[in-house]
Design a protein around this ligand. Structure first.
Ligand code: FES
Ligand code: FES
Length: 135
C-alpha cells in the first residue's frame, strides 16, 4: 500500500529508518554545523556536513528533536547533500524536499527546517574556512 497513516511511503520509510543519525566532530575544520529551530512548533534540528579538500560533501549527519516529517526531511537532506559541493546544496529548496517526500501542506514548515539547517551548516563551514585562511 502506498499510504500508511495518511502519509506517503517515503516519509514513513525515512521516519522508521532514518539515514545518517548522529554527530560529526564540530571542531573539525572541514565540518559545518547547522542548528535551527522551527518557530511554528519549537522543534529543533542539527545537521552537519563534512567536506573533502576539494569542497565536496563526503558525509552528513543529523539529530532532530521534532515530528516525523522533520525527521524524514533531515534524513532525506543528509542523503541528498552527499556528493554535492557546498554551493550546490545552497540551491536545495524546502519545496524540493517536501515534493520528494510528498509532505502534506501543513507539514511544509518541517521541510523548511531542513533547508534552514543546510544553509546554517554551509555558513558555519564557510566561516571556519575564512578564519583558517586569515591565520
Ligand atoms: Fe528516500 Fe527518496 S524516499 S531518497
Ligand atoms: Fe515541528 Fe514538524 S511539526 S518540525
Amino acid at each position: 500500500t502506498l499510504m500508511k497513516r495518511g502519509y506517503h511511503d517515503s516519509i514513513v520509510e525515512h521516519y522508521e529508518n532514518p539515514r545518517n543519525v548522529g554527530s560529526l566532530d564540530k571542531n573539525d575544520d572541514n565540518v559545518g554545523t547547522g542548528l535551527v529551530g522551527a518557530p511554528a512548533c519549537g522543534d529543533v534540528m542539527k545537521l552537519q556536513i563534512k567536506v573533502d579538500d576539494d569542497g565536496n560533501i563526503v558525509e552528513s549527519k543529523f539529530k532532530t528533536f521534532g515530528c516525523g516529517s522533520a525527521i524524514a526531511s533531515s534524513s532525506f537532506a543528509t542523503e541528498w547533500v552527499k556528493g554535492k559541493t557546498v554551493d550546490e546544496v545552497l540551491a536545495i529548496k524546502n519545496s524540493d524536499i517536501a515534493a520528494h517526500l510528498k509532505l502534506p501542506p501543513v507539514k511544509l514548515h518541517c521541510s523548511m527546517l531542513a533547508e534552514d539547517a543546510i544553509r546554517a551548516a554551509v555558513s558555519d563551514l564557510k566561516n571556519k574556512q575564512e578564519k583558517k585562511k586569515s591565520v
